[in-house]
Design a protein around this ligand. Sequence first.
Ligand code: WTA
Length: 655
Amino acid sequence: MSSTIDHLLDEERQFAPSPEFAAQANGTADLYERAAADREGFWADQARELLHWHKPFTQVLDRSNAPFAKWFDDGELSVAYNCLDRHVEAGNGDRVALLFEGEPGDERRITYAELTREVKKAANALEGLGIGHGDRVAIYMPLIPEAVIAMLACARIGAIHSVVFGGFSADSLRSRVDDAAARVVITADGGYRKGKVSALKPAVDQALADRGNGAQETVEHVLVVKRGGNDVDWDDERDLWWHDTVDNASDEHEAPAFPAENPLYILYTSGTTGKPKGVIHTSGGYLTQAAFTNKYTLDIHPESDVFWCTADIGWVTGHTYVVYGPLALGATQVIYEGTPEFPQPGRWWDIVEKYGVSILYTAPTAIRSFMKQGRQIPQERDLSSLRLLGSVGEPINPEAWVWYRDIIGHGETPIVDTWWQTETGATMVAALPGVTATKPGSAQVPLPGILVDVVDESGQPVANGNGGLLVVTAPWPSMLRGVWGDPERFKETYWAKFAEQGYYFAGDGARKDEDGDIWLLGRVDDVMNVSGHRLSTTEIESSLVAHEATAEAAVVGAKDETTGEAVVAFVILKESYLSAHTPEGLAVQLRSWVSEQIGPIARPRDIYIVSELPKTRSGKIMRRLLRDVADGKEVGDTTTLADTAVMSVISAQVK
Ligand code: WTA
């Protein structure tokens, strides 16, 4: 990360919003004043203005059981009704909700009326399978309309969805299905990626077949959308085609209301230990902040904008900025199934031109890879419909920020850099695009009603111009409500570090500049951020040592020009394997092993076969030193190593 940070520290440019942009923007400076005057009252107003409540709430924030918190607890609402039926009832049924583009070029335009009808059918189908309030449903799908429909159908009947990214392996799917004890898995035969059908159903079959861990089989049905047309194995008792089950279900379905704190979904994310944790989000507070940030940070005007958030539904960004937020506002949005470079590197810009996308929300990794391909590709397309750009998932370096604005945003569009996490549920730190003069590389200011600070190890706020740890100092509506099945882990991971102050510890380093604006500097724990995707060093290490050839492994996030960080592994092989195989051959094997075990995104960029690892006297691996090696830098202070010579051995072996 260090070169990004050096650049960040030198950056002094500022871009004020144009008067025209400011004049039409949803977000105005008075939001900050209203929130500062009465924070809880502000959020209560937002919840009432942005959502329909079947039963109005009278309580706002309840933190009597801190660090657990409840918002709008005595209110009742239907998340699905808020995202669907109410727009139809308000006369907007003909407005397009989803502009779907498949990778092969197929298209579907789905209006709010149609989407509502499809969700009603899917809700009836799930109920027909005996699924109801509180049941868990795993969703393992490509980014096709049925994925959105499946999520909303769960929400409609009060079932809790757990979306598992379609790029994860059968093993990863199995551990998530087991942890949540899902009763149904919704999947597709396959989806399109890079011009080919990438199969999904076989991974589900595999996940449900070899249950070596002794977990009880909880899955009763697998509901399969036909998308790829690839051959699939079929279990007549268990498997059902979506087109038989859902298409034939009734399209009458009254959306019941649930309490505001009813769980909406579980989403697994990497932490500092090997086991992913199931972050729990609930309904009323989550949907309030989802709608609020889509309206004010991303400035969505549902009657006129075409929004495109490029995230997959497997990540939290796809939950809040593809499904729940834009649909709660009644917006029109693009969803694209495939990869940016298929069949040619201008595919995204063709989509922007074709649908007249006005707001684009994507990750710095994507922007950096477009930079590499050169400006001609976007410049050959008409991108004049774009009026606002957003960035999410990792720190954006000023070069990429300025390129994004100049080349994609024709030198005019505001850019909002949005900091948040799976755990925060929605954006926390970001500019209001009609108000804030933006600085390339800085997420800048907490949203109205959100209290964030940068503190030192003892929890004291740092002075402007200094760095420290990012904390959230008061509960927020879309905060995680817990870790599935593990309340202790929730307390330990997020609240123990600053227990005295009652602050939420985000795991990110940050700095306040002379104006008090916040600059994010990357993770301070063993979590890596590769292409905006969170990966745990420990999880990949566990996968590597699970291979029979491996004796020991250490994984670090090394600097990478395109992906931000890249996975680099240092592996000690068992003697018996070294004599029978070449180190290069084993490195290749280990890379595909990790890919199969966790998923291709976790595949190490480099694997170095070494004879030793740097350890402290207490046996802790000093990843900091390995990171120096991986970055090709001078190795830092080695005095706390048990054997100070070990780093020269490793450096020699890596060369
Ligand atoms: C990082 C993705 C800098 C951060 C929404 C955080 C960012 C982790 C930004 C969460 C940003 C996200 N600037 N860093 N604008 N946005 N991050 O849970 O390290 O997949 O802790 O949520 O991504 O990743 P997650």
